[in-house]
Design a protein around this ligand. Structure first.
Ligand code: FAD
Length: 412
């Protein structure tokens, strides 16, 4: 039976960042990945903060070579209203750009580079069961031929994303407090794209803050277009071979004909009820990272950045644990990751309640506030010097209230 230091479940961004970091520290690491890569994955717009995690785990240079579409900001729109954020105009010192990526290519690059560094990456190996104890973990998995294998490790990092291997096996999932929503999406030809539209993610709000569309441009001239809304709306758009989605994308007024004649690169896919939480992020012999922990909502493109942030921190804590240190997993891992998630939770809630939109679509927005909000949108949600991070739970409703009062006064 094979014995290694660490088994990582899943070769997405969380798993590859964790595995690469640990390999750098000299451990023997195996990744077990259920799918054959390249495989489709949703989550195509990155945030600047994740560049730091890619750099620290030694994966940044390999991604740079792929010349993915550069992303320098985010544009929010509601009817004729528009608010553009530039990552170069930020409160927190950090990266001012990132990429928009087809995840099949991005994740393949991360996995190949991780393997090149010496991590054993086994594709088409699905983890079926796990037995954990203080210092010996036993993992059973099935390979592409259906053969069952067992591998042992000192520690497990579960980065299985939507597969949620350990939350399922150990009954650790927790329902989300958000309304169950869904998304329907495809990649489209984008011949009408302007230079500006190539550098940004475009988000169009409609349906009284309940629904929105993303347009995420790729370097090959195609664009990912997704509609997010209540579960029932997405089911309706997906009926009859996604006719509702196709009609909507081609005729939605705010897109101004951008996709009217665009061919689809594949038939639309949809996903429902993705928001989910976790009772705890660690246990004896294991830790979870990325979407195995909590996923909130796609509105602020925070998923991959949380995957890389938690992948990296989980690896650092695993390193300390394997060095014989007494790691306080709750304080040094879970509370840190939870803090960042909670900041985004306030912004997601603020998006759908309308408070965030009241602020960004106001007649005027104070430039200091805008830069501070921009840092949240860039993923720097651990910067306690930023009042829009520190007071995340109160600042949006308070500011929105003030703006509404001022705008009422102007109207009178
Ligand atoms: P994943 O990327 O899901 O990787 C997990 C890997 O584990 C997979 O390859 C899977 O095959 C493997 N696995 C699963 N089960 C097993 C098993 N039993 N054994 C072995 N391997 C297994 N995020 C952004 O940053 N930007 C966006 O624009 C964005 N848009 C989104 C839009 C929608 C509609 C949704 C729902 C999410 C979006 N996200 C976005 C979130 C993003 O998809 C995830 O947060 C991100 O992919 C999480 O990365 P991960 O490494 O945790 O998991």
């Amino acid at each position: 039976m094979q014995n290694v230091d660490v088994v990582v479940i899943g070769a997405g961004p969380a798993g590859t960042v964790a595995a690469s970091y640990l390999k750098k520290q000299g451990y023997e690491v195996t990744i077990l990945e259920k799918e054959k890569f390249p495989r489709f994955q949703i989550g195509e717009s990155l945030l600047p903060c994740c560049m730091e995690h890619l750099e620290e785990s030694g994966l940044l240079e390999a991604v740079k070579e792929k010349n993915f579409q550069k992303k320098t900001g985010a544009a929010f729109m509601r009817g004729e209203k528009r608010c553009e954020f530039f990552f170069s105009e930020q409160f927190t010192q950090g990266w001012t750009w990132t990429w928009q990526v087809k995840r099949s290519e991005f994740d393949m690059t991360l996995a190949q580079e991780t393997a090149r560094k010496g991590v054993d990456v086994h594709f088409e190996c699905e983890v079926l069961s796990v037995e954990c104890s203080a210092d010996m973990q036993t993992i059973e998995y099935k390979d592409a031929e259906g053969a069952i294998h067992t591998i042992r490790s000192k520690f497990i990092i579960d980065s299985s994303g939507y597969g949620r291997v350990l939350p399922r096996l150990f009954d650790l999932s927790k329902p989300s407090s958000f309304t169950p929503r869904g998304a329907i999406f495809a990649h489209l030809e984008d011949i009408n794209r302007t230079e500006k539209a190539s550098q940004n993610i475009f988000v169009h709000s409609f349906d009284n803050n309940k629904s929105w569309i993303w347009a995420i441009p790729f370097s090959d001239g195609s664009t990912s277009v997704g509609i997010v809304g209540d579960k029932e709306k997405i089911i309706e758009l997906a009926e009859n071979d996604s006719q509702g989605y196709k009609d909507f994308i081609r005729t939605f007024e705010d897109l101004k004909g951008r996709f009217t004649d665009s061919a689809l690169k594949f038939e639309p896919r949809h996903i429902l009820g993705y928001s989910i939480g976790v009772k705890k992020m660690w246990g004896e012999g294991f830790v979870m990272s990325g979407n195995s922990t909590e996923f909130l909502d796609p509105i602020f493109s925070s998923g991959v950045t949380f995957a890389t942030a938690s992948g990296l921190l989980s690896a650092k804590m695993t390193h300390r644990h394997l060095q014989g240190e007494n790691v306080d997993w709750k304080k040094d891992y879970e509370d840190v990751i939870q803090k960042g998630i909670d900041v985004f939770r306030s912004y997601v809630a603020g998006w759908y309640s309308g408070d965030f939109q009241t602020i960004v679509f106001a007649r005027e927005i104070d430039s200091t506030f805008k830069n501070q909000i921009c840092s949240v949108l860039a993923g720097y949600v651990w910067d306690q010097a930023n009042p829009f991070v520190k007071k995340h739970d109160t600042i949006l409703p308070t500011l929105a209230k003030v703006i509404k009062m001022k705008e009422k006064e102007v109207q009178q």
